[in-house]
Design a protein around this ligand. Structure first.
Ligand SMILES: [Zn+2]
Length: 117
């Protein structure tokens, strides 16, 4: 899975392309889990303490950057610059960690994934 990311990545990759890539990786990971019968991890609500199966989170842009650094596709310096640029890009466009438009209607549901109530 990571090989795809590393193969596609280049210094000229735009954020839009990286966001799209993360979406594809999320889809691949979901398929992989389903075909192997792997269930979402158990999550304990930090508010009421009840345990439930959390949603499998998508591959975030930041986790893709971490993966690229770990694989040696980008240097520590590149990583720091990209991480900083991504934060700015997100703030300017109002995007969530997955690079999706974070409008007011979804803001309440994405506030804290560890709380069920
Ligand atoms: Zn709860």
């Amino acid at each position: 899975m990571l090989e795809i990311l590393i193969a596609v990545w280049s210094p000229s990759t735009t954020w839009d392309e990286l966001v799209e890539m993360c979406g594809r990786l999320t889809g691949l990971r979901t398929d992989l889990r389903q075909s192997r019968g792997i269930q979402a991890p158990l999550m304990k609500c930090s508010k009421c303490g009840s345990v439930s199966r959390g949603d499998i989170k998508g591959v975030s842009v930041r986790s893709a950057l971490f993966a690229l650094r770990k694989a040696g596709a980008i240097s520590d310096t590149d990583f720091q610059r990209l991480d900083h640029d991504w934060k700015k890009h997100r703030a300017v466009r109002g995007l969530d960690a997955l690079g999706m438009k974070n409008d007011a209607s979804s803001a309440t549901t994405t506030s804290d994934p560890s709380v069920c109530c």
